[in-house]
Design a protein around this ligand. Structure first.
Ligand code: 5GP
Ligand code: ZN
Length: 114
């Protein structure tokens, strides 16, 4: 997607601090962290949001959670705990329309909505 900021990050057109990369998934530090650890995990395939997932995207969603666990283990916050948030659409507060999983860790997280 030409105007998508995360697609530009994937293509290397915008620099970022990478945490993990393989042929299908990229993880990088959020530019405006909401916790001591704030990592965004994204599929390299442009998918707007959860509402735009298709049947063929089911495997990548599972793989994203495996990558999150791998990162949590490597960064040392797997046992202490963490939070994964996916905002979807306008009411969900999504600002970047490229599906992304926020991984927050490094402090006791408050403000639980559910
Ligand atoms: P959303 O509100 O769409 O769920 O979250 C978008 C996230 O992307 C925000 O936490 C924001 O700080 C982050 N973000 C936006 N632009 C950039 C960027 O250019 N680089 C990085 N690393 N993060 C970004
Ligand atoms: Zn994109």
């Amino acid at each position: 997607m030409e105007d998508c900021i995360f697609c530009k990050i994937i293509k290397g057109e915008i620099p970022t601090s990478k945490v993990y990369e393989d042929d299908e998934i990229l993880a990088f530090n959020d530019i405006n962290p909401a916790a001591p650890i704030h990592i965004l995990v994204i599929p390299k395939k442009h998918i707007d949001c959860i509402a735009h997932l298709s049947k063929e995207d089911e495997p990548i969603i599972g793989k994203i959670y495996s990558v999150i666990n791998k990162i949590a283990e490597e960064k040392g916050f797997k046992e202490q705990g963490f939070r994964v948030i996916v905002n979807s659409g306008k009411d969900g507060g999504q600002e970047v329309m490229h599906l992304h999983f926020h991984v927050l860790a490094g402090r006791k997280l408050g403000e639980k909505i559910v």
